[in-house]
Design a protein around this ligand. Structure first.
Ligand SMILES: NC(=O)c1ccc[n+]([C@@H]2O[C@H](COP(=O)([O-])OP(=O)(O)OC[C@H]3O[C@@H](n4cnc5c(N)ncnc54)[C@H](O)[C@@H]3O)[C@@H](O)[C@H]2O)c1
Length: 356
């Protein structure tokens, strides 16, 4: 069997929030008993993985941790000595971190992506193998200006982001498409595939960002702590449960390349019965089904609340058409139930991480 079939799956940002769920899914999936993952992250704290306790113990011999910085091309090139067969490039500074330090944001989020693409290209060409798949999560924040509040954002709507985070995501999308198109007629440099997520909720998400209330409103009550939301009760937000976000990454990775008419796809979040994204009060109601006496109060920060209200909601019809994305399987109640279970079963995973 060629190396390309046996190497590990590389996940950059692999000890982060989404990375840890993705790693566990890839390792625990039926039929994947021989799969290995290589988790690259600058953060040496691996509690989001080890906190899965006996689940982690069962798969730990198939996990390799490598600490390093995406902004170093040398380190990213060295990663490919492990001969990864696919890459999920999740490592990034999120919106608050990238905009608190835009230079670092650019280095990690834009140059980091370029380093991953370039290292994947060089490795694939040297091995004379099929182009390496690089799967990348972009964001609803890549749209920015010219999206009216609550607007359904189409896959090809104009992207005019207002933050370093959003600018870096759009740049990464376009760079990925470039690496996809280059090469001779039969071979791309890299097999690039990307999703654009709404706000991802789940246990042990980092504390930063304007939309974090959607996670903390569930996580704090699940830990028997009070939560004061900074948005009004009727604020709507496009949110997706982390397990569905992981499914979208894997489903796009596995999609036959002939089905991909484009390389970047919107993924929509949870919808109420009326087709609208959930309000803060809907999340609260779902939490109260799990914990009727949850202490949830509201003290509106007008600026943050207005920012959240200004976001659109993603239309994922082309992902459904092109590669058969089936949409979210965790509605609000199911997502909150699963979230509570994770907090209860794996309390060590929840920790306040430093903002970069
Ligand atoms: N959480 C969301 O709502 C959301 C929405 C859309 C897209 N995304 C994207 O999904 C990916 C994962 O996000 P997450 O929510 O798991 O965030 P996270 O912060 O938990 O994970 C990102 C990881 O990247 C690592 N990292 C940061 N700088 C690095 C560097 N210089 N070198 C190596 N590693 C570095 C961090 O240590 C962290 O573990 C990111 O690319 C993010 O932009 C997230």
């Amino acid at each position: 069997m060629a190396d390309e079939d046996t190497g590990p799956i590389l996940i950059t940002g692999g000890t982060g929030f989404i990375g840890s769920y993705l790693a566990m899914r890839l390792l625990e999936k039926k039929g994947n008993e021989h799969e290995q993952v290589l988790l690259f992250d600058c953060n040496p704290d691996v509690r989001r993985l080890t906190g899965f306790k006996e689940r982690y113990q069962k798969v730990s011999n198939r996990i390799t941790f490598v600490q390093g910085d995406l902004s170093s091309l040398e380190l990213v090139l060295a990663l490919f000595e492990h001969k990864p067969k696919s890459v999920f490039h999740l490592g990034a500074l999120l919106s608050a971190g990238a905009d608190a330090n835009p230079t670092l944001g650019f280095q990690v989020d834009t140059l980091g992506t370029r380093h991953v693409l370039e290292a994947a290209r060089i490795y694939g060409q040297r091995q004379n193998m099929d182009p390496v798949k690089v799967v990348f999560p972009s964001t609803i924040a890549s749209f920015g200006l010219f999206i009216a509040a609550g607007q359904k954002v189409k896959n090809e709507d104009i992207q005019v982001p207002t933050t370093m985070y959003g600018v870096s995501k759009v740049t990464s999308e376009r760079l990925g498409e470039y690496y996809q198109r280059k090469g001779d007629f039969s071979k791309s440099w890299v097999d690039f595939r990307a999703v654009r997520f709404p706000s991802v909720v789940g246990a042990a998400r980092g504390p930063g960002g304007t939309t974090v209330y959607s996670t903390l409103m569930i996580q704090q009550p699940a830990q028997n702590k009070p939560y004061e939301a900074y948005v009004a009760q009727d604020t709507r937000l496009d949110i997706i449960y982390v397990e569905d976000a992981v499914s979208a990454l894997i489903q796009l990775h596995d999609a036959p390349k002939e089905s991909l008419k484009r390389r970047v796809y919107n993924i929509a979040g949870i919808r109420n019965a009326d087709g609208q994204a959930p309000q803060a009060s809907d999340i609260e109601a779902a939490v109260r089904e799990q914990k009727p006496d949850a202490s949830i109060t509201y003290k509106v920060n007008q600026q943050l609340s207005d920012t959240v209200r200004s976001f659109g909601v993603l239309d994922d019809s082309v992902a459904r058409e092109d590669w058969g994305w089936t949409g979210e399987s965790f509605g609000l109640q199911k997502a909150v139930r699963a979230f509570f279970d994770d907090v209860k079963n794996y309390p060590d995973r929840i920790k306040a991480i430093e903002l970069y």
